[in-house]
Design a binder for this molecule. Structure first.
Ligand code: NAG
Ligand code: NAG
Length: 378
């Protein structure tokens, strides 16, 4: 009795252990999705990988593909050996399928055909019986990426270079922007600016400062490695563009020179005014002195007749000094005229310089226009 009892309980235990083992083994089976996002272009047929490891037949089990961010989360449900269409999200009607031959190998990968932009998101594969799940992220790349447009953006005074600007629209996922010189070397550029357009696609732009030493052929390359997409545009910066460049700095030198000339002119004017004041003062003093002398002479006339000759002599002397004063005044007036002429000349020179600068600016503008139109053509 006892032995029998022990035997049967041993049998029960072993059955239990086997069941437990099977259950544990089943529990150990894990669904493996994809760590890397799946990148697809609109219209592509893609596969979301998901399989059990260790492998086991799942054809008879309930298998679920869901997208947790949707109201109706069911993308594809497999139950009792067929697809359960009833609960399916209409977005995926007729577009999903499992590889039914693969189910016995624990492979529940899903095929999705005719990818749309709205398909991007995180997908979950789930086997409720085994309480295992995994995820696959799907990125839908844009097929609308436009070739970059290069434009002249200005002049960098500090490095004596030309600043080029590059922009490209319609990217997804976010691409990177590279500037290359004529030999294909990557140039160091400013940070890439990224904006999300109204269509949810990225617009990227970048600026680079180039010098004559970089050559004159430059390339703006926009690339998205995940979707293996590259768009690029070349630009040829003409040699004389860099020359205009240095001419531009020459005009700044010209400006500095004219500034100095202006300051000198102002100083000269001040000097002139100061001189004029002194002259008028001395004239006033002379007049006062001569009046005094005349008065003195009148007095002496009454005093002595002998002194009349002296007064005549004095008068002559006064006349002489007056003449001398007048001559001096005339000379000074001449000097003033000369100065005025000098001022006029310098003013004319300044005007000429300004006109030259305007000409240089016009040249820069026309060159810029031609460059822009060149970019346009490219
Ligand atoms: C699952 O099945 C698909 C379709 O046949 C196949 O491409 C994929 O390699 C399979 N996955 C594994 C892990 O065998
Ligand atoms: C990327 O595209 C180029 C040409 O378009 C092709 O030669 C290359 O094999 C592609 N690389 C990958 C990883 O798809």
């Amino acid at each position: 009795m006892n032995r029998l009892c022990i035997r049967s309980s041993l049998r029960t235990i072993s059955v239990l252990v086997v069941h437990l083992l099977i259950h544990v083994c089943e529990g150990q089976s894990q669904l493996i999705g994809s760590v890397q996002p799946i990148v697809a272009r609109v219209g592509d047929d893609i596969m979301f990988p998901c399989h059990l490891e260790p492998a086991m037949d799942v054809a008879a089990k309930t298998l679920e593909w869901t997208r947790p961010d949707l109201n109706n989360i069911f993308v594809h449900v497999w139950r009792s050996g067929q697809e359960l269409v009833k609960t399916k999200h209409p977005l995926y009607t007729g577009r999903t399928s499992l590889f039914t031959d693969e189910l016995k190998h624990g492979n529940m990968s899903l095929k999705l055909s005719g990818v749309k932009l709205s398909d991007k998101g995180t997908y979950k594969c789930f086997i409720p019986d085994l309480r295992t799940q995994s995820t696959v992220e799907v990125v839908v790349a844009s097929d609308a990426a436009a070739p970059p447009v290069i434009s002249f953006s200005g002049v960098d005074e500090s490095s004596n270079g030309v600043v080029l600007h590059c922009e490209s629209k319609g990217w997804y996922p976010e691409p990177e922007v590279l500037w290359l010189d004529g030999e294909g070397n990557v140039l160091s550029a400013g940070p890439t600016e990224t904006v999300r357009g109204p269509d949810d696609l990225y617009i990227v732009s970048s600026r680079v400062t180039v010098n004559k030493r970089h050559g004159h052929r430059f390339t703006c390359r926009v690339q998205q490695n995940i979707i293996n997409q590259t768009r690029e545009t070349h630009i040829d910066v003409p040699d004389d563009f860099f020359k205009v460049q240095s001419r531009c700095s020459a005009t700044t030198v010209g400006l500095a020179v004219s500034l100095v000339v202006c300051i000198m002119l102002i100083l000269l004017l001040l000097l002139l005014l100061w001189k004029k004041k002194i002259i008028s003062k001395t004239n006033q003093m002379n007049e006062v002195e001569s009046k005094d002398q005349k008065d003195d002479n009148a007095e002496t006339e009454f005093l002595t007749e002998d002194s009349q000759k002296e007064t005549e002599q004095l008068e002559e002397e006064i006349r002489d000094t007056n003449n001398q004063l007048q001559e001096e005044n005339q000379k000074e007036e001449g000097a003033e005229k000369e100065l005025e002429e000098e001022i006029k000349d310098t003013n004319n020179q300044l005007q000429e310089e300004n006109q030259k600068e305007e000409g240089a600016e016009k040249e820069v503008k026309t060159l810029k226009n031609s460059l822009e139109s060149a970019c346009f053509i490219q």
